[in-house]
Design a protein around this ligand. Structure first.
Ligand code: ZN
Length: 313
């Protein structure tokens, strides 16, 4: 029988091989034949449980909590679409959500507002304290087998901007499956990397480094196809796909935001204003269709993928 990646928990012991498509710091970025997706090679100094427990919000992203709070309306719309989509896909409306990597708890806010019960898991103490201060139930931990054992099952699992940071995504998905039953819906959100837009921009601007390559924080780089393959080989079948706005299209319009936070913020504000305008006038259905089509073309900045357990696995 062919050996597949999720049979082994120890990532470093697996036989990773493939074309090296980028290098950064001491890392090589491999288009791995074994895993079926792009990842950093043998991440010897990652997977240690201190990367996100305090370092992430305090050193790498000091403004992350504040800037998310300032965009609260937009996040409510963004997360609301996912919660509503979950209800549409599930056989019956989802009543309980687990948000893995909950950060400041904005997904929990959106779930609660829509009458759902929601629990968060968050390794950062600062973010946990903030989310808990709003009355949310948040477990301050990494999402491990031990946590999965005690936390119970959920109708919906939301896991946004997490999988790209995880040293062994297959193993992580096996833990997620522990909190799913056969009806549960998983919503995974990851950056869409080595995309056509990134390719166009770096081809026309060869002096610009591949800014999305960022080990040890970003270890894995997914496309629609490679994410779907990863889910399927872990017993999860994709039931719905969409994406977030292709914010990197601003690069092609002359807004060179790489390395310039001012321009980057302006790009985000314009996207946010556009989506809020469409939503306020009750035209959100247009955005929903637009992003579904964009995801088929591989141009959304983040992939939003819903999956269920493959029956009888
Ligand atoms: Zn690999």
């Amino acid at each position: 029988m062919k050996k597949i990646a999720n049979e082994s928990i120890d990532f470093a012991q697996q036989h990773h091989e493939g074309k090296v498509i980028a290098e950064k710091k001491t890392y090589k970025i491999l288009d791995c034949n074994y895993c079926g997706f792009i990842h950093a090679t043998a991440p010897q100094d990652v997977g240690k449980n201190d990367l996100y427990s305090s370092h992430f919000y305090e050193v790498e992203k000091p403004d992350y909590i504040d800037s998310n709070i300032n965009d609260a309306d937009w996040w409510d719309f963004t997360y609301g679409l996912r919660i509503e989509r979950g209800d549409k896909i599930a056989e019956e409306p989802i009543t309980t959500w687990l948000d893995v990597g909950t950060g400041p708890g904005l997904f929990l806010d959106a779930a609660l507002k829509r009458g759902k019960m929601a629990t968060g898991i968050e390794p950062s103490l600062a973010a946990t304290r903030y989310a808990s201060s709003k009355g949310h139930e948040v477990v301050n931990a990494y999402f491990t087998e031990k946590v999965a054992e005690v936390i119970g099952k959920f109708g919906g699992i939301h896991c946004s901007e997490v999988l790209e940071h995880i040293p062994n995504p297959s193993h992580f998905l096996s833990i997620i499956k522990e909190v799913m039953d056969e009806k549960s819906i998983l919503c995974i959100v990851v950056p869409n990397d080595f995309s056509i837009i990134q390719d166009i921009y770096t081809t026309l601007n060869p002096e610009v480094e591949k800014w999305w390559v960022d080990p040890p924080f970003h270890l894995n780089y997914f496309s629609r196809q490679s994410l779907n393959n990863l889910l399927l080989r872990n017993g999860l079948e994709v039931v719905y796909e969409t994406c977030m706005f292709p914010i990197d299209i601003f690069l092609l319009m002359g807004d060179h935001y790489v390395g310039d936070d001012e321009i980057g913020k302006r790009a985000h504000d314009r996207r946010r204003q556009m989506e809020n305008a469409v939503n306020k006038t009750e035209n959100a259905g247009i955005l929903v269709q637009m992003y579904e089509e964009m995801s088929k073309l591989g141009i959304g900045r983040e992939l939003i993928t819903f999956a269920k357990k493959v029956p009888n696995l």
